[in-house]
Design a protein around this ligand. Structure first.
Ligand SMILES: [Zn+2]
Length: 419
């Protein structure tokens, strides 16, 4: 009880208006999922309340800076509709007076909306709001007209994609913590593709976007905990005596294959499953694995399909074959480069029907289901890699990221049969 008492005083001290609402017993509120550019200031403008009120309603978040993308914040308003529409412009050179001329706005009105005493007041390097009646105000990187993420919230093991429209073609780079995005660009459009693994730490990470010639834009992005299955695997006899050095060697060799970033998007359609006839998903991506009673220190890096031996294995999307051979761990293996750091690996096949360097189309037969390499029965393992990291193929398929990304740079995408 004491804790609750202290907590309510804390809220009351931080926000006079919120404590009033609480005292009345009914507190109108809107829950807002934070998107890129939703700073405290932008949210205050969007919902037509003061920044102090927005901050006061979220005291558990605001001590750490701007709200994190993918988290939910409370707005003490009773209408979820956006109140103000317009641009938030952070200009390096232009002050309020220049911006009002540029955007054909009344300088005194702009000064009033932006809490400036007059259009001649020095601008304090804070973004200036210019009403336009249509744009949701967000503090985006300089030169960005829009910036949207492929998923929110984001879980470990997912691909993180973004799409953005620019005011003019400029060079863009982006990172999430130390993960670098591949950033295909076409004129004034840019998309980003990055992968996180199943052990990617949850919590807030810096999402940084840098436009050539300007200081980087940074906003925290929240990664929520994933939901995993757990598998206990007991290796006995010859399986327990597997050759660790060969496993490492194979991994190192494949790492160089799938760390390449071909500057061309080779897929043209929705990705498909690499097999038409299978019995079940016998192991999901990210399943945490314990071997012989040890800790759950590794996870399943792909998606397993149990299927009869000899079932045709298909290319999930178009690409160039970069590896086609029999490996110690992965057995009959084919790796396809779909472009911009996106790869498929299909493993444990009884036969491999393509050659390195060959272009394959989506749905083309590349091999047959088998139980080669370190495998205990007929199944197909599908790795989907982004920027050298295995990601969950099902989350890529669920959100049709192939087409979502292509459309982001204005390229038509064949969405195939929607069943
Ligand atoms: Zn597997």
């Amino acid at each position: 009880m004491a804790m609750i008492f202290v907590h309510s005083i804390w809220i009351a001290l931080l926000s006079g208006s919120l404590s009033t609402l609480l005292a009345q017993g009914t507190s109108p509120q809107v829950i807002h999922l934070v998107e890129p550019g939703d700073t405290w200031r932008a949210l205050a403008l969007q919902y037509g309340v003061s920044e102090d009120v927005v901050r006061g309603a979220n005291p558990h978040i605001n001590s750490r800076g701007e709200p994190a993308i993918g988290t939910e914040i409370v707005l003490p308003v009773d209408d979820p509709l956006i109140e103000n529409r317009g641009l938030l412009i952070r200009s390096v050179k232009a002050g309020l007076l220049e911006l009002s001329t540029l955007h054909n706005a009344n300088p005194w009105q702009l000064a009033l909306i932006n809490d400036f005493r007059s259009p001649y007041s020095p601008h304090l390097n804070r973004p200036i709001f210019i009403p336009d009646g249509e744009t949701i105000p967000r503090e985006l990187p300089i030169g960005f007209r829009s910036l949207e993420l492929s998923a929110s919230p984001i879980l470990p093991g997912q691909v993180i994609g973004f799409r953005a429209q620019l005011n003019r073609p400029v060079s863009v780079t982006a990172t999430l913590a130390d993960v670098r995005f591949a950033v295909p660009q076409k004129e004034d459009r840019v998309i980003g593709i990055a992968g996180t693994g199943a052990f990617f730490p949850t919590g807030n990470h810096d999402f940084t976007v840098a436009v050539e010639g300007f200081p980087p834009w940074v906003q925290p992005l929240n990664i929520k905990p994933g939901i995993w299955t757990y598998e206990q695997i007991n290796l006995t006899g010859s399986a327990a005596a597997i050759d660790q050095a060969s496993i490492r060697e194979e991994w190192e060799r494949l790492s160089t294959v799938w760390s390449m970033v071909s500057p061309e998007i080779r897929w043209q359609a929705t990705f498909r499953l690499p097999i038409d006839n299978f019995l079940e998903f016998s192991s999901l991506y990210g399943a945490h694995r314990s071997y012989n009673g040890g800790p759950y220190s590794s996870y399943h890096e792909g998606l397993d399909f149990s299927a009869y031996g000899g079932t045709p294995v298909l290319a999930p999307a178009a690409g160039i074959v970069t590896l086609a051979e029999f490996l110690y761990v992965r057995g009959g293996a084919v790796i396809i480069d779909h472009g911009y750091g996106v790869f498929s690996g299909l493993y444990h096949m009884s036969e491999v029907l393509v050659q390195p360097g060959q272009r394959v189309e989506a749905g083309q037969v590349i091999g047959s289901v088998g139980s080669t390499g370190l495998s205990t029965g007929n199944h197909l393992h599908w790795d989907l890699l982004v920027g050298g990291t295995q990601v969950d193929p099902l989350t890529w398929l669920d959100r049709d990221l192939g087409c979502w990304l292509l459309e982001g740079i204005g390229t038509a995408c064949d969405q195939g049969d929607v069943s």
